[in-house]
Design a protein around this ligand. Structure first.
Ligand code: SF4
Ligand code: SF4
Length: 251
């Protein structure tokens, strides 16, 4: 199935990568809004922080767009795609794929417990722990930021392409949960679609996939839904036969 969007393939991927890198460069500004420790800290004081609001929107977005955020806007994704120049090896450690689930339950459980211990959320402070909305306004914040960058770097360089997304990211699990809910109910959402009859088995889609998915196999089997797919369209744009595309559909 040909992709019905009018954006030329190379341009779409250039824009996608530019957005990811830009998002990473902005991290000193946006860091607080995706930091689980700061969300937990605010929650323990009964404060719904900007980060908690962002997480809520990401979850709602995943009900319609799956993990599109990971493919186009996540700063951690941007950092890891920059590292493709240093380590472009496939993510092979399959068992590590499961690590993110206990991480998710640990972190989101802590947030829920913090809210419970505080007796609920009493106030909203969108700019909690920021100076004029900017995350890095004090020395300690740099330590937290650099610590998280170093952590993501270790996974990206040791585990292979997008190693942190595969193995540790709790936000990924939150969006996988959103996607699963959508799949059970079946309302229209963004998907990959495939036309196996067009496929000539060249394997370019699998090679282009930043999540190292066997896209060629997915096309052959007609099973384009995958929890690790970030809907980045790299496979769509790499396919010379137009066998993979985006589609907006139910079920
Ligand atoms: S399967 Fe396609 S859309 Fe999904 S992550 Fe891989 S390249 Fe991106
Ligand atoms: S790039 Fe297209 S033609 Fe080649 S294997 Fe993938 S789906 Fe088939």
């Amino acid at each position: 199935m040909a992709d019905e969007s009018k954006i030329p393939p190379a341009l779409r991927q250039r824009i996608r990568k530019a957005l990811l890198v830009f998002s990473f460069v902005l991290l000193p500004v946006t860091f607080v809004y995706i930091s689980c420790p700061i969300i937990t800290e605010g929650a323990s004081q009964g404060i719904a922080t900007g980060g908690l609001v962002v997480f809520t929107f990401l979850f709602i977005g995943s009900l319609f767009f799956g993990r599109l955020w990971c493919g186009y806007l996540c700063p951690a994704g941007g950092l890891q795609e920059i590292y493709f120049g240093l380590n472009n090896t496939r993510f092979k450690t399959g068992w590590l794929n499961w690590l993110k689930y206990p991480v998710f339950f640990g972190i989101f459980g802590s947030i829920a417990f913090a809210i419970y211990s505080a007796g609920g959320l009493a106030t909203v402070d969108l700019f909690y722990q920021t100076g004029n909305g900017i995350s890095i306004d004090r020395e300690g914040a740099y330590a937290l930021l650099y610590g998280q960058i170093a952590f993501i770097t270790v996974f990206a360089l040791l585990a292979g392409k997008r190693g942190f997304c595969h193995s540790f990211c709790p936000i990924a699990v939150m969006m996988i949960a959103g996607r699963k809910i959508r799949n059970v109910v079946g309302w229209p959402a963004l998907h990959l679609s495939a036309d196996a009859d067009r496929c000539v088995d060249c394997g370019r889609c699998s090679k282009a996939c930043p999540m190292n998915l066997d896209v060629r196999g997915m096309v052959r089997e007609g099973r384009m839904e995958n929890t690790e797919c970030i809907l980045c369209a790299s496979c769509v744009d790499a396919c010379p036969e137009g066998a993979v595309g985006y589609a907006w559909m139910g079920r």
